[in-house]
Ligand binder design. Structure first.
Ligand code: UDP
Ligand code: MG
Length: 321
């Protein structure tokens, strides 16, 4: 009986890091193939609309190595879309998702595989226990985000969890059955359930090239995550509404009492203006939240494809068709 492991690698402008990664993953794969009979690999690179030489590198790899297949998008659709496309095309009994920059060390793969073979797990996932080498402000907000989202969402989202994981076929199929366009994989992995074994490791610096995530982009991504996996923000409007009603009630009593006891000196319009402005702000804020959910609903109802292919290649692909 043969077992196949598919390695899905989203790549966006990874021309600098890819050669290191490919060499290392091949080394690890060969080492695993040698140790275990009937184990084979498939490398599935997804070029997410790169503007550098990533695609020509992938074409070359596919020519050199029959285990390589690649997909290339018509534009940049984001890592989530690239992962989805890769999982969709992967044929292995086990599927791993890894970054191309070596921040997901390929050397951990044998350990992940063993965890799935020997124990009753459906997924072996990695979790970094340190955020060394990251700007402190970024770590601070990341921690805050995980605390917040775990508080307001029923789906468990593990702090420090990476997308680097090895999954059994049934979990991959479950993930593929979630067709939403606004994909937040950290939530999706948690939502589908299954038994996950966590393997901790130390944070590794990117081997070459640059991160695609600015602080602002990460912030927007975290808002997407909250919108996708929690409806708690929608309750804010009701809570704020009840609180301001209570405040208004107390203030009415105070003002009536004051007028009856001390008469009615005209004045107080500055405070009135402040209150009007404040309430106007709260209302706009709440409408804004509502709008965010509405916008997401609007985009989901269009049922646009998650990605669009421009090119596909690799010898393993030809055989089948
Ligand atoms: N990536 C992608 N599409 C994007 C952004 C990133 O496919 O729009 C890939 C990228 O090539 C890498 C992985 O996602 O393999 C992680 O990206 P990066 O290293 O920039 O993120 P970080 O590790 O800094 O969070
Ligand atoms: Mg990285």
């Amino acid at each position: 009986m043969t077992t196949q492991i598919s390695i899905v690698v989203p790549c966006y402008n990874e021309e600098a890091a890819l050669p290191y990664f490919f060499e290392e993953i091949r080394r690890v794969a060969e080492q695993m193939e040698r140790r275990e009979d009937g184990l084979s690999f498939e490398f599935l690179f997804v070029d997410d609309g790169s503007r550098d030489g990533t695609l020509s590198l992938l074409r070359r790899y596919a020519e050199e190595d029959a285990r390589v297949r690649y997909l290339s998008f018509s534009r940049n659709f984001g890592k989530e879309a690239a992962m989805y496309a890769g999982l969709e095309r992967a044929r292995g009994d086990f599927v791993a998702v890894m970054d191309a920059d070596m921040q997901d060390p390929p050397a951990l793969l044998p350990e992940l595989y063993e965890a799935l073979c020997e124990e009753e797990y459906d997924c072996a996932a990695t979790r970094r226990v340190t955020r060394k080498g990251e700007p402190p402000i970024r770590s601070f907000f990341a921690r805050l985000f995980y605390r917040l989202i775990n508080h307001i969402s029923d789906t468990e989202i593990v702090d420090g969890a990476r997308d680097f994981r090895l999954m059994k076929r049934r979990m991959v199929d479950a993930i593929l059955s979630m067709k939403e366009v606004n994909r937040f994989s950290k939530g999706i992995f948690g939502w589908v359930g299954f038994r996950t074994k966590w393997i901790p490791f130390q944070n590794v610096k990117r081997v070459a090239g640059e991160t695609k995530w600015s602080f602002w982009k990460l912030f927007r991504y975290s808002v997407q995550g909250i919108l996708a996996f929690s409806t708690a923000p929608l309750a804010i409007a009701s809570i704020v509404g009840v609180l301001s009603c209570l405040a208004a009630f107390v203030m009415t009593i105070i003002i009536v009492a004051k007028t009856l006891l001390f008469g009615d000196p005209v004045g107080g319009w500055p405070s009135l203006v402040c209150i009007v402005l404040f309430l106007g702000g709260v209302q706009l804020f709440c409408i804004g939240i509502l709008g965010q959910y509405l916008a997401k609903t609007y985009l989901e109802t269009k049922r646009r494809p998650i990605y669009i292919l421009r090119e596909e290649g690799g010898r393993a692909g030809d055989e089948e068709s």
